[in-house]
Design a protein around this ligand. Structure first.
Ligand SMILES: *[C@@H]1O[C@H](CO)[C@@H](O)[C@H](O)[C@H]1NC(C)=O
Length: 359
């Protein structure tokens, strides 16, 4: 009891520096304390097995490769090498469940599920058991456990992988607050993205995201990021922060969505075409150009990672009209960079179009 009290007080003190209160931030810190496997050790026969993983998060991007470092040694050093097994697994959000990624015994390696064919061990020195993941996907972000199994006991370390990406708020064509949790998830997936996690939304807020409509995020809560406090968005006198409505009913309650997309394989471009086009013509024109009409997540990714900049409004796959401004200037919307949105006009109206091509 005494210990618990001390820990909470300590956390409270630590968090005074934060610009806002959010229960999830505390959870995050608690998780880090309780799951910190860095350099932990077990003892058997007076020999200690120590597993090392980096404490800092690693960053990858979609389509890229990443190495999750892990190594181990014995204290004192062993006279002759022991047989050991390596198991990499991915932890579920709350650290209770895990999913096998790769198991290796000696030279034999086996990978599982969506990691099949995309992972292998890197062992440049005998005590290295780093995991290489190739062709990273949006779903790959999270905590990975590197486990060395030797005899009856095992020891492990945790590596956290994040994807560099962009968070964007999403409303469907029928307007504001029309999505329950499940619809929101589908809406993000339909735009070549996935629902944002709290960490991703928080990071986007730190980078300046300000959105005065509440949206679902992956943990089932509804939140919205405010950098410029104002009356309709929680009050003028409140601190900037990610405002939290807490958990909502996943079927009954309806909000917008916060989606997350990472770097693109391929490119988004504004189709040079002699005429402005209706929505149906726009889709067809991209196909004629051996491409597809771009999705919202693709436009945001091109804007964020390729500085895609075009001051012409164009159709996107969901029937919305937007344009990306990486270098803000006169007559191209607000003074900050951003993807400008004109909502969902009637489909017979004529505009340009953004296409997407896998390079
Ligand atoms: C990732 O690794 C694979 C296989 O090792 C390689 O073929 C590919 O070019 C790498 N991709 C990048 C983006 O470096």
């Amino acid at each position: 009891m005494q210990t618990q009290l001390t820990v909470s007080l300590l956390l409270f003190a630590t968090c005074q520096c934060l610009p806002f209160y959010n229960g999830f931030y505390y959870d995050h810190i608690l998780n880090n304390i309780s799951s910190n496997g860095n350099g932990e050790a077990i003892h058997f026969n007076g020999v200690k097995l120590v597993v090392y993983t980096p404490e800092d998060d690693l960053f990858g991007y979609r389509g890229g490769n990443i190495t999750l470092p892990c190594s181990f040694h014995y204290e004192p050093a062993l006279q002759s090498p022991r047989r050991f097994r390596v198991k990499w697994s991915k932890l579920h959000k709350d650290n209770t469940k895990e999913k096998d990624v790769l198991v290796a015994i000696g030279l034999r390696q086996r990978s599982f599920g969506e990691y099949k064919g995309r992972v292998h061990l890197r062992q440049r020195v005998p005590d290295e058991v780093s995991l290489v993941i190739t062709d990273l996907r949006l779903e790959d972000h999270g905590k990975y456990k590197c486990e060395i199994i030797d005899g009856l006991e095992d020891e492990s370390g945790i590596v956290e992988l994040e994807l560099r990406g962009v968070v964007f708020p999403y409303q469907p064509h029928h307007g504001r607050y029309q999505l329950n949790f499940h619809d929101a998830k589908k809406a993000c997936e339909g735009q070549d993205s996935m629902m944002a996690s709290f960490e991703q939304l928080y990071k986007a807020w730190e980078e300046g995201l300000d959105w005065c409509n509440a949206g679902w995020i992956r943990d089932g809560t509804v939140q919205y990021p405010i950098t410029l406090p104002r009356e309709p968005c929680g009050g003028k006198d409140t601190a900037p922060g990610v405002r939290n409505y807490g958990e909502r009913h996943k079927h009954l309650h309806k909000f917008d969505a916060f989606c997350f997309s990472s770097a693109l394989k391929g490119k988004v471009y504004y189709l040079e075409h002699p005429d402005k086009l209706t929505f149906a013509e726009a889709k067809e024109a991209c196909v004629q150009d051996n491409a597809k009409i771009a999705k919202v997540g693709q436009l945001f990714a091109a804007w964020k990672f390729q500085d895609f900049d075009r001051c012409d409004a164009g159709w996107l796959d969901d029937g919305s009209i937007r344009y990306p401004i990486a270098f803000a200037r006169l007559n191209c919307g607000p003074p900050e960079p951003g993807v400008r949105s004109f909502g969902f006009p009637e489909k017979h109206n004529k505009f340009g179009v953004f296409c997407y091509k896998m390079s």
